[in-house]
Design a protein around this ligand. Structure first.
Ligand SMILES: [Zn+2]
Length: 454
C-alpha cells in the first residue's frame, strides 16, 4: 500500500511504545513475567492518575469508596476498587467521557443490557491505539506487509471492529479490500478479481460462502485464499483442538484458521499465533483479571469472568470492567516465544446462563449438540421466561435433509444424551433461520436470542 496517499497518524503523541519496524511485534510480549507485571503496574498507575483527573464516573467511585489512587501500586491492589459493568456504562454513559467533545473523532455504539445502545467516543489517540492493537494482533496471526486481506466485516453502522481491522492493516502496510459482510456473490467476485490470500470474517460465514461456491461451480479450494482470521465465534474447544465449526470448515476447505477475541469496551484484541493455543495478551493495552460469581479472583486454570482495565485509552478508559465473558487463562510460555498470558476460547457469557429443569447451561452446550447433528442445517436458540418465571428454552431448527422420521424426538434424545435435558424444538425453513442468523445490522451471527431481558 502506498502510505503517501494518506496523512500518516501522529505516532508521536501516544503513550504506548509503537513498534517502529513493520515486521516486528510488541517487545513486552516476549519479556519475563515479572517484567511484564512491573510494566503493567506502571501503566496502571498512569491510568489511575488519568481517571482521577478526568473521569467524572471514577472520581465519584473513588470518593464514595474512599480510594486513594496513590495507594494502588500493584496489580493485586486493584481488588480494592469496585467493578464497573455494562449497566454503569448505560446509566452514566456521559460521565465516562474524559475529554471535551471537540477531541472526539469517532463515535461508536455497542449493545447495552437495558435496551439502548451504549456510546463510545474515540479520540485521535484512541484510533491510533486501536490501529496499533490490530497491527500487533495481525502480526500475531502471521499477517504480513505483502498480504492482501479481504474484510468480510462491516466497517460502518457505528461498529468498531471493521474500522479497527482497516486501521490495523493499514498500519501494517497490508493490502485491504473492504467488501463488508454478507453478499457471497460479491465476496467471490472480489476473490477472483483481486486474489486476496487472507479473509477476515465470522467462521459461520465461511461455511456460507463455501455453500455458495459449491452451488455456483466456483473452484474455491484452488482460490487465492489460504487463511482466515476469524472473529465473533469460537473455532476451538478448551483444549485448543478445533471445535465442530472449525472442523466443518477444514473438512471442506483446507485453509489456515486463526481465532481472535475482542470487544468494543476493551478496544483490545486477543489473537492466536500459528500454534493456535489461545489469544495472546498485549500487556501494554489492557490488564486482565478473572473473577468468580462473588467477585473474587479465581485460581489459575479455572474458568472465571474476564475483568479488564484498559491502558492508554484517552476518550473512555475503563477500570475493572466486567466483560461478562467466561474464559480461563494460560500462563505457560507459548512456542512462538511470547511469554504474555493467553486467553482460552470463551466458555459462555455470564448473562446467558440458563437454569433449565435443574441444570445450568450456556448456549455453547446447546450449540454443540446441534452442530453435531448431521441433518441440522442451521438453528437459533431462544430463551424466555415461562409462566412461573423459570427459564424456557426453544430451539428453532432448519433442516439439511430429512434422514430420520421423527426429527423432534430424535433431537430431544440427542439433547438428553448430551446435556441431560431436552429443550422445546420447532422445525422451521432453513432459509428463514438463515435470515435470523445473519441480520443486516449485526456484526456477529445471531444464534442465541434472550427474551428474558427487561
Ligand atoms: Zn503463541
Amino acid at each position: 500500500m502506498n502510505n503517501e496517499q494518506f496523512p500518516l497518524p501522529r505516532s508521536g503523541d501516544i503513550s504506548i511504545t509503537p513498534c517502529k519496524h513493520v515486521v516486528c511485534s510488541s517487545e513486552i510480549e516476549y519479556k519475563p513475567k515479572e517484567e511484564i507485571k512491573r510494566f503493567q503496574e506502571e501503566k496502571m498507575r498512569e491510568a489511575l492518575q488519568y481517571l482521577s483527573l478526568h473521569s467524572r464516573f471514577y472520581q465519584q467511585i473513588f470518593r464514595e469508596h474512599n480510594i486513594n489512587v496513590n495507594k494502588i501500586r500493584h496489580l493485586e491492589d486493584l481488588q480494592q476498587i469496585p467493578f464497573t459493568d455494562k449497566k454503569d456504562l448505560q446509566l452514566y454513559n456521559q460521565d465516562f467521557l474524559c475529554v471535551s467533545p471537540e477531541k472526539v473523532i469517532d463515535y461508536i455504539t455497542t449493545s447495552g443490557t437495558l435496551g439502548d445502545p451504549v456510546t463510545f467516543a474515540m479520540t485521535d489517540k484512541d484510533l491510533e491505539r486501536l490501529a496499533y492493537n490490530e497491527k500487533i494482533s495481525f502480526l500475531c496471526t502471521g499477517t504480513k506487509l505483502n498480504d492482501i486481506v479481504q474484510l468480510m466485516t462491516t466497517i460502518d453502522k457505528r461498529f468498531m471492529a471493521g474500522l479497527a481491522y482497516f486501521l490495523g492493516l493499514r498500519k501494517l502496510g497490508a493490502g485491504i479490500i473492504r467488501v463488508g459482510n454478507g453478499i457471497p456473490e460479491l465476496q467471490w467476485d472480489t476473490i477472483q478479481r483481486i486474489r486476496p490470500n487472507t479473509i477476515m470474517c465470522v467462521p459461520s460465514f465461511i461455511l456460507h460462502i463455501i455453500r455458495y461456491a459449491e452451488e455456483h461451480g466456483i473452484d474455491y479450494r484452488n482460490s487465492s485464499v489460504k487463511k482466515a482470521v476469524c472473529i465473533g465465534e469460537n473455532l476451538r474447544e478448551q483444549d485448543f483442538s478445533l471445535n465442530l465449526l472449525g472442523q466443518h470448515i477444514k473438512e471442506k476447505w483446507d485453509i489456515d484458521l486463526y481465532s481472535t477475541y475482542a470487544s468494543t469496551e476493551m478496544a483490545t484484541t486477543f489473537a492466536e499465533c500459528e500454534y493456535g493455543c489461545g489469544g495472546h495478551h498485549h500487556p501494554e493495552l489492557i490488564i486482565c483479571e478473572l473473577v468468580d460469581a462473588n467477585g473474587l479472583l479465581v485460581e489459575e486454570g479455572k474458568v472465571g469472568e474476564l475483568v479488564v482495565t484498559t491502558l492508554g485509552v484517552e476518550g473512555m478508559p475503563l477500570l475493572r470492567f466486567k466483560t461478562g465473558d467466561l474464559v480461563s487463562i494460560h500462563t505457560e510460555p507459548c512456542r512462538c516465544g511470547r511469554t504474555s498470558m493467553r486467553i482460552s476460547p470463551v466458555v459462555g457469557r455470564t448473562n446467558h446462563m440458563i437454569k433449565y429443569k435443574g441444570t445450568t447451561l450456556y448456549p455453547p452446550h446447546i450449540n454443540d449438540v446441534l452442530d453435531n447433528t448431521p441433518y441440522v442445517e442451521n438453528y437459533v436458540v431462544e430463551v424466555s421466561y415461562d409462566e412461573s418465571g423459570n427459564d424456557a428454552v426453544l430451539v428453532r431448527v432448519g433442516l439439511r435433509n430429512q434422514t430420520v422420521e421423527d426429527i423432534v424426538k430424535d433431537l430431544k434424545d440427542r439433547f438428553r444424551a448430551k446435556i441431560r435435558v431436552a429443550p422445546e424444538i420447532e422445525i422451521n425453513a432453513a432459509v428463514d433461520i438463515r435470515k435470523i442468523n445473519f441480520p443486516d445490522l449485526s456484526r456477529k451471527p445471531v444464534k442465541f436470542i434472550d427474551k428474558r431481558k427487561k
